[in-house]
Design a protein around this ligand. Structure first.
Ligand code: ADP
Length: 397
């Protein structure tokens, strides 16, 4: 089965074509600057053939049409014709409370997706444009939607309801949704495979640490709590997002500085996080370099990040009444050994103990715990595209 995975943003569209037999990425690439002068497609085939071409792409429809051409192209293509393509799996950011698992897309699903737009006004509209463009350009190929929020729909009410007037939940659907669900689910399933126990018997904390970061408590294979909330702004401090802060700070600063809601929104989403604390960068590689050069604020930013992760590990271990495995994934979780060390320091009382020689190994699935540790601490590279392709395959079977 050959599955095209599409992640459509407002001006870019990333894709991977995966052959599920052997789970091989046959090709991957990016349509960039959609709707902006200088739009281009970058395409890489598994065997090393690659091409970057400027093509006029005024909308997502043009992007999908360019993508089909390159996938079936004589010189760079990997498919003889579109008939070889079995399905398309779309990453969709927000499925609200309507979608608690992936779905095959039909008219009713599309209508419900439109209904979720107000919950993710920046992300869902381009996701929907990507879906419609695929439907228009390949009407005979089944399309599947895989949601970032769906995995967290198993959270109990005590975890997802905010203690604010109850009517806002009914009127405006204000509740915790959580994000990165595809990644948390994927690494939890891999963790169970690596440990060699059924997922249903395990209590796992997954730390997805990238530009956006979130932590999830997974009990018996189900998300029971997660650190992102109504929006991806909540929880851990991130590259440029503040994470959880005292909500009264928002109105206090707005009054002091005479800020509009839009300006405050920009400050909390784009000008906060480790960028703001360090004054250096939102990228953890730059922060590590700054720390090496003696920059104290960069050190402080990293310390705050590690401290908050520790707090979530404590909170979620208590929420689940125990812990079998702690998983690190995404850019920072997979690559930043020093951050893993900081997070795990002094957690031996919980059963978390890591072996520094194993912790220094990069880029592979590895159990970094000491042999006697009660909790398995694992590094598992996430693979959201493969997870979307697997979901798509499962649904179409
Ligand atoms: P996104 O949320 O955009 O997918 P990533 O998962 O790629 O983000 O994570 C980006 C973060 O991961 C950056 O702060 C970056 O410093 C860090 N990172 C990515 N690759 C590496 C690497 N090879 N070594 C150290 N840090 C890395």
């Amino acid at each position: 089965m050959k599955i095209l995975v599409v992640n459509a943003g407002s001006s870019s569209l990333k894709y991977q074509l995966i052959d599920m037999e052997g789970q091989v990425v046959m090709a991957k690439g990016l349509c960039d600057r959609i709707g902006i002068p200088g739009s281009l497609i970058k395409h890489n085939a598994l065997d090393g053939r690659s091409v970057t071409r400027e093509i006029v792409m005024k909308d997502h429809n043009d992007a999908i049409s360019a993508l089909i051409k390159v996938l079936t192209h004589e010189e760079w293509g990997v498919l003889k014709s579109l008939d070889e393509l079995n399905a398309v799996g779309h990453r969709v950011v927000h499925g609200g409370e309507k979608f608690f698992k992936s779905v095959v897309i039909n008219d009713e699903v599309l209508e419900t997706l439109e209904d979720c737009v107000e919950l993710a006004p920046l992300h869902n509209p381009p996701n929907i444009m990507g879906i419609k463009a695929c439907q228009a350009n390949m009407p005979d190929v089944p399309q599947v939607a895989v949601f970032d929020t769906a995995f967290h729909q198993t959270m109990p009410r005590k975890a997802f309801l905010y203690p604010i007037p109850y009517e806002y939940y009914g009127k405006y659907r204000v509740r915790k949704y959580g994000f990165h669900g595809t990644s948390h689910k994927y690494v939890a399933e891999r963790a169970a495979e690596l440990i060699g126990k059924p997922l249903e018997q395990l209590k796992i904390i997954t730390c997805h640490l990238g530009n956006g970061s979130s932590i999830t408590a997974i009990e018996g294979g189900k998300s029971v709590d997660t650190s992102m909330g109504f929006t991806p702004l909540d929880g851990l401090p991130m590259g440029t997002r503040c994470g959880s802060i005292d909500p009264a700070i928002v109105t206090y600063i707005m009054n002091k500085e005479g800020l509009t809601t839009d300006r405050m929104d920009t400050i909390l989403n784009k000008k906060s996080g480790v960028l703001a604390v360090s004054g250096v960068s939102s990228d953890f590689r730059d922060l590590d370099e700054a720390v090496d050069n003696g920059n104290e604020r960069a050190f402080l930013a990293l310390s705050i990040f590690a401290y908050k992760i520790k707090q979530y590990i404590g909170a979620y271990t208590c929420a689940m009444g125990g812990l079998d495995a702690l998983v690190f994934t995404a850019g920072i979780g997979e690559n930043n050994a020093a951050m893993r060390t900081s997070v795990c320091k002094r957690l031996d009382f919980l059963g978390i103990e890591i072996d520094e020689s194993k912790n220094s190994i990069r880029g592979e699935e590895i159990d970094i715990s000491t042999p006697d540790a009660k909790v398995r601490t694992l590094v598992i590279p996430t693979n959201e595209e493969l997870a979307i392709a697997k979901e798509t395959q499962k649904l179409l079977r």
